[in-house]
Design a protein around this ligand. Structure first.
Ligand SMILES: Nc1ncnc2c1ncn2[C@@H]1O[C@H](COP(=O)(O)OP(=O)(O)O)[C@@H](O)[C@H]1O
Ligand SMILES: [Mg+2]
Length: 368
């Protein structure tokens, strides 16, 4: 049987005056219900474009889109705008980094959840309001029957994020796309929101895609992880596998810059030198090569001239990498791991401390 969600060779290219921006350039991945896929990469790597295309949000733009987005074998790129509208919010929902931009300032939080519900359900306003209160309660808003009439600005950042999750989940979508859902929040609230998402996932058996630049979030949430660079997957496989045996120097770089997991402001941050390439004219060969400290280990200047394919690494067919290095395991073990061992220990700990028992601390009353 094919996957619940199967994305095949997705390309999202934007024609601009300066040329074509290849925001998503041949992306493929699979996701099952009850599973979480983490998509990680620096800002501008194409995470949001790729995932918002699943919701049909590219339809409003001049984007040139090709490939397949198969949701239960139905290609979302082929259905009509009307069918897409029916699916959006009902079968597939998205929550964003900034609830203020997703919520209307002039309508109460409750009204917006009611609307999100009534678009897809033929119910009375009263029944929808009851449902909205139930959802606010479910995401841990205290006194939901009163807070339901508040406006977004009357909620704290963490509560707005919860309210947006309530709005996103009001129709029990089978696929939830969370685009940097906790980036703007402090570490404690972030942990509560991630716990909440995991709870709701267990309850509804939903598939979740979580987009983040933070491998700490991935370590906690994801079953699989896809590392994106310049519109392409550069490493893809089971989360544990990739966190313990990363084979792509870009992933090594991301692993070296994860201070947030510990919440320790003094933690060492080793940002990857240089900045992500322009998607108008990415470097020849491997797009990461200008920033890669290991390219000279590959004979024949191949990193600068030849785009590596995304192929299985040394550890089996499930772990894919896009890199010419012949012995990444060896380099990782001798040059990288000794440097980042403390960060990895923090990641491990983060992944382990998120037990259900901890969720009792999620009172939802962090402030008003
Ligand atoms: N409508 C658009 N027209 C042209 N370029 C776009 C458009 N939307 C996004 N892009 C470009 O696509 C690239 C990927 O953006 P995005 O997916 O938002 O990155 P990420 O979410 O990983 O930070 C960026 O270079 C961005 O400028
Ligand atoms: Mg983004």
């Amino acid at each position: 049987m094919s996957s619940f969600l199967s994305v095949r060779d997705l390309r999202v290219h934007f024609p601009t005056q300066d040329g074509i921006v290849k925001a998503t350039d041949g992306l493929s991945f699979d996701l099952e219900r009850g599973q979480t896929l983490g998509i990680v990469g620096e800002s501008g790597s194409g995470k949001s474009v790729s995932t918002s295309t699943i919701l049909g949000l590219h339809r409003k733009t001049r984007a040139m889109v090709s490939g397949e987005i198969l949701l239960e074998d139905e290609d979302l790129l082929k259905i009509s705008d009307e069918e897409m509208r029916r699916k959006r919010g009902r079968d597939v929902a998205m929550i964003f980094q900034d609830p203020l931009s997703a919520m209307h300032p002039y309508y109460s939080v409750g009204n917006q959840i009611v609307e999100a519900y009534r678009v897809h359900n033929d119910v009375s306003k009263k029944a929808a309001r009851t449902r909205a209160i139930e959802m606010l309660d479910r995401v841990g808003i205290p006194q939901p029957d009163r807070r339901v009439d508040d406006y977004p600005h009357q909620f704290s950042g963490g509560m707005r994020q919860r309210a947006m999750i309530a709005m996103g989940l009001v129709n029990n979508p089978s696929l939830l796309i969370a685009d940097e859902p906790t980036t703007a929040l402090d570490v404690t609230v972030q942990a509560q929101i991630l716990d909440l998402l995991q709870d709701l996932q267990k309850e509804f058996n939903s598939a979740i895609m979580i987009i983040t630049h933070d491998l700490g979030v991935v370590a906690e949430m994801a079953d699989d992880v896809l590392v994106m660079y310049a519109g392409k997957a550069v490493e893809y496989g089971p989360c544990r596998e990739i966190l313990t045996h990363p084979e792509m120097p870009y992933t090594w770089g991301l692993l070296s810059s994860v201070p947030e997991v510990t919440g320790d402001v003094d933690a060492k941050l080793v940002p990857i030198p240089g900045s992500p390439p322009s998607l108008l004219s990415p470097p020849k060969g491997c797009a990461f090569n200008p920033r890669c400290a290991h390219r000279d280990k590959v004979p024949g200047d191949r990193c600068r001239t030849e785009l590596p394919e995304l192929v299985p690494g040394s550890r089996g067919p499930h772990h894919l990498k896009r890199c010419h290095l012949a012995d990444p395991d060896q380099i990782y073990a001798t040059e990288i791991l000794p440097e980042i061992a403390p960060d990895l220990a923090a990641l491990e700990q983060n992944a382990q401390t998120q037990t259900p028992a901890e969720q009792g601390t999620d009172t939802g009353v962090e402030d008003k």
